[in-house]
Design a protein around this ligand. Structure first.
Ligand SMILES: Nc1ncnc2c1ncn2[C@@H]1O[C@H](COP(=O)(O)OP(=O)(O)OP(=O)(O)O)[C@@H](O)[C@H]1O
Ligand SMILES: [Mg+2]
Length: 242
């Protein structure tokens, strides 16, 4: 089975506190993997290792079978071009329109003509259900719409993998359900690897092919939604009930 990313006994500590403690995890190519874990347990830290925004103190991280652990910024750019990242706070540029936010990576990384950029931006906005919002400013948008703009921007370079950091946090239940459906649809339509970190169990159950449960710096359990429901580990079960 092809592997998109592999964490090989990764350790990471901040200010004397161990966050990842020998974490080992395989992310399969083409799967939707949800990493489930409590607040402050290192979920964002894991995602940042995949694109080299953080690197391990000990252990290795492989992406597409290459060890990226010692990569310099230039080498990391080639990884980052293939991996879309949806940040926890959406991280939109508030002084730019929706169109310009989504077009930004194309303008930074490609030499496409403005007409080609327009076509791609419109296509992605349509994919996330935001047709006709091109000239709106981000501060006029609801949380759910901001999330979708960020999603359109994350897929504009047609990445092979998409990393979502807490995509439903702060959204109301209806918008949350909508975002879950959208993530699953995009996963299937774009044939990509999707990695979602969340503490939202409903998201995990409805989006995942597999769920990995993060606890005390390691993956305590990994399996399908069915398997996690039936797993005998009481810490996992406590979390699922919460
Ligand atoms: N760059 C950093 N410098 C110092 N400490 C950090 C850094 N990044 C993360 N940490 C610490 O590592 C721990 C895990 O952080 P992380 O953001 O990955 O948690 P999380 O699981 O994403 O939590 P949340 O649910 O709040 O998003 C926290 O204690 C955090 O303060
Ligand atoms: Mg986080």
């Amino acid at each position: 089975m092809a592997i998109f990313a592999f964490f090989d006994e990764v350790h990471k500590r901040f200010d004397g506190e161990d966050v990842l403690r020998g974490l080992t995890l395989h992310i399969r190519k083409g799967e939707a993997l949800i990493i489930l874990g409590g607040s402050g347990t290192g979920k964002t830290v894991i995602l940042k290792h995949i694109v080299g925004l953080l690197s391990p103190d000990k252990g290795r991280v492989y992406v597409n079978e290459r060890d990226i652990t010692g990569y310099d910024e230039n080498q990391l750019l080639t990884v980052r071009r293939k991996v879309g990242f949806l940040f926890q706070n959406s991280a939109l540029f508030d002084s730019m329109s929706v169109f310009d936010n989504v077009a930004y990576p194309l303008r930074e990384h490609t030499r496409l003509l403005e007409s080609e950029i327009e076509q791609k931006v419109k296509e992605k906005l349509k994919l996330v259900g935001l047709e006709g919002t091109d000239w709106m400013m981000p501060d006029k948008l609801s949380g759910g719409m901001r999330k979708r703009v960020a999603l359109a921007r994350a897929i504009i370079l047609e990445p092979e993998a998409l990393l979502y950091d807490e995509p439903t946090t702060g959204l109301d239940p209806i918008t949350t359900r909508w975002v879950n459906v959208l993530m699953r649809n995009l996963h299937e339509r774009l044939h990509i690897t999707s990695v979602v970190v969340t503490h939202n169990i409903q998201s995990a159950m409805s989006v995942a092919d597999r769920i990995a449960f993060l606890y005390r710096g390691r993956i305590k359990f990994v399996g399908t939604p069915e398997e996690i429901k039936e797993c005998g580990d009481h810490i996992v079960q406590e979390f699922l009930k919460s």
